[in-house]
Design a protein around this ligand. Structure first.
Ligand code: ADP
Ligand code: ZN
Length: 606
């Protein structure tokens, strides 16, 4: 029985034709009164896993979330579906909070979002004692992990819920992948008896592009946006506030709408930037990593990095903000060696203990290794998270336009032995001069012109050598020693290569424009295929008007995917309209006629 009831609500309330992987099993587990621990990537559809059972079960679903902005967005979106949803957090006035508490007491709510510190007050818990509760959902459950970056002390106390309400089903959800965090969540939240649901980490609609570029990254980014994402929403990450301001200002001079966002701005300017990003079409935010947590915009079409992220976890999380709606999206990165050296220095100079630093260094190495890959990026990224993809993905730069490689074994041996013979204390520029046999003052002063490696590298250009050194650093054969002014030192890993027991293939350097063009010619365009189509644009305009009238973001009215289906199928009656993805009963009533009118006008004008 519950099966058909959940199916019916999925269609009539949410307007979805079917479940995403695992959703149905998770929902059944909760509806039947069991607990669940859910690990699902961003965009996988976690919210439905607690929203739907809250509607099926008696009483209100209590959702614990640390992110105030996200609570607001979810509640706005749920109300559009006709669901009775509210939130309680510090952003409400005393009167508003009282109204919500009264609604809770009167059993008038389907879902209530609560900040953890509020939930744990005696006052709120005593109200809950008298309420009918459908379930507890603990969102962003990795916040309970003391080792994670988002640790929140209140989360640890959420185990109270189990002690106080042992019969109410609980679901904890996170997108954080690793097994230790998962075990910690289960233990701290007393979810040992919960069923675990771990879905794969693949985001097949995201296309990964990465390249090293010493200069001109900004111009390459502009070209990429103009060619693939004109008029679409995106996020650009930079390492420093200064760079954020500079890039945003420059993009504006190029005719794009780009807003800076970083911790140095006052709260009001940041709030405004975020609001415009959510509410207006085609806004780009240029940000330090401070931006993105708690932003659930489904139609972000690209995420660009102008610097190297500090770990693959950060990269995966940041790029994961693209394409939550499942439509094609791009993760695009340009980085250079000085980023790597700067991050290495930040690790070396931090106050963390040695163990911690070692882990951070390993994470950075993995990040660099990913950047320098010549094989499928998705296979490597998923592999890092313990997931496997049997075949190359066909939707990353390396799959779409395989880089040319060359046998760099001999060159690498020359470079490494030059490092060794000069005493492991010089940077790449000096070492290259030695390899090329430059006759200069500095080399003479160290007597390095008499070394056996002096001048042995004349077959390659200085540029080629720079690429060799960069890739040797990226692949962990060399590291920059910050206690010795960044001089390059050998690592253990060099031995087999120096002994001739290992070969090294490196990517050939290609002119950037050429390679860009190739990877843009992949089979599907990165952007939404219909952007630019007159009917789609007219539907978008109507959506914008309807959203503005209510003061909500456009995607709350309908997602791009629903508009795209409208433009493709051109329904002519409410009955046909009801069959579109993302159209439930409430939205059919509220918006069906308005969009049918746009379609009718369009057909008449043809
Ligand atoms: P998460 O919280 O895991 O990042 P969300 O719950 O925000 O993901 O869902 C991501 C997107 O997928 C949302 O736009 C949501 O409407 C959509 N979605 C979720 N479940 C389904 C489904 N069964 N069918 C179609 N779309 C879905
Ligand atoms: Zn691939």
């Amino acid at each position: 029985m519950t099966g058909s009831r959940t199916q019916q609500i999925l269609r009539s309330v949410f307007g979805h034709a079917g479940f995403r992987p695992h959703q149905e099993e998770i929902i059944r587990q909760l509806v039947d009164g069991g607990d669940a621990l859910v690990i699902m990537p961003t965009g996988g559809g976690k919210s439905l896993c607690y929203q739907l059972p809250s509607l099926v079960r008696d009483g209100v679903g209590i959702v614990v979330s640390p992110l105030i902005a996200l609570m607001h967005d979810q509640v706005v979106a749920l109300r559009q579906l006709g669901v009775r949803a509210e939130y309680l957090n510090s952003s409400l006035s005393a009167d508003e909070a009282r109204r919500v508490e009264n609604a809770l007491r009167a059993d008038e709510l389907d879902l209530l979002y609560v900040a953890p510190e509020r939930l744990l007050t005696d006052r709120f818990l005593s109200r809950l004692d008298h309420a009918r509760i459908a379930l507890f959902a603990i969102d962003e459950a990795h916040c309970v992990s003391q080792w994670g970056h988002d640790f929140r002390p209140e989360y640890v106390q959420l185990s109270t819920l189990h002690e106080r309400y042992p019969r109410i089903p609980r679901i904890a959800l996170t997108a954080t992948a690793d097994a230790p965090t998962r075990a910690e969540i289960a233990q701290r939240l007393q979810l040992e008896n919960a069923r675990h649901f771990v879905t794969g980490f693949d985001r097949p609609n995201i296309r990964y592009h990465v390249r090293m570029e010493a200069s001109g990254a900004r111009e390459a980014l502009l070209r990429f946006i103009r060619e693939k994402h004109a008029g679409e929403a995106g996020i650009i990450y930079c390492l420093s506030r200064k760079r954020v301001d500079e890039v945003a200002a420059w993009l504006n001079t190029q005719g794009l709408t780009a807003l800076p966002y970083h911790a140095g701005m006052d709260a009001e300017s940041r709030r405004r930037a975020q609001e415009r990003f959510l509410n207006d079409d085609g806004v780009i935010v240029v940000a330090t990593i401070a931006f993105g947590m708690g932003i659930d915009k489904p139609d972000v079409r690209f995420v660009a990095h102008l610097n190297l992220p500090k770990s693959l976890e950060a990269y995966y999380q940041e790029t994961g903000r693209a394409g939550r709606d499942g439509l094609p999206a791009d993760a695009w990165m340009r980085y250079n060696l000085s980023d790597a050296i700067q991050l290495q220095r930040m690790i070396a100079e931090s106050d963390a203990d040695e163990d911690h630093k070692r882990i951070e260094r390993q994470k950075l190495d993995a990040m660099l290794g990913y950047c320098e890959l010549t094989a499928c990026r998705r296979q490597s990224l998923l592999g890092y998270f313990g997931d496997t993809l049997p075949e190359p993905c066909g939707n990353c730069d390396n799959c779409l336009s395989p880089p040319q490689t060359w046998d760099a074994t001999t060159a690498a041996q020359m470079a490494l032995s030059c490092v060794h013979r000069t005493g492991q204390r010089f940077g790449a520029a000096y070492l290259i001069d030695v390899l090329l046999g430059k006759d200069n003052e500095r080399i003479r002063s160290f007597s390095h012109h008499s070394l056996s490696t002096f001048g042995i590298g004349r077959d390659l250009s200085a540029n080629d050598w720079r690429a060799v050194f960069r890739q040797l650093v990226a692949r962990g054969y060399l590291f920059a020693d910050h206690d010795a002014f960044g001089g390059l030192r050998l690592t253990e890993q060099c031995r087999p290569l120096l002994r001739g027991e290992e070969m090294l293939q490196l990517a050939k350097q290609e002119a950037p424009a050429k390679r860009d063009r190739k990877s843009h010619n992949g089979k599907s365009r990165g952007g939404v295929a219909v952007s630019g189509d007159p009917l789609f644009e007219a539907l978008r305009q109507r959506r914008r008007e309807l959203a503005q009238q209510q003061g909500v973001p456009p995607y709350v009215v309908f997602h791009d995917s629903t508009l795209a289906a409208m433009a493709a199928e051109r329904p002519q009656s409410l009955h046909e309209f009801a069959g579109l993805p993302g159209v439930g009963e409430r939205k059919l009533d509220t918006y069906g006629a308005a969009f049918l009118e746009v379609i009718k006008e369009h057909l008449a004008s043809q």
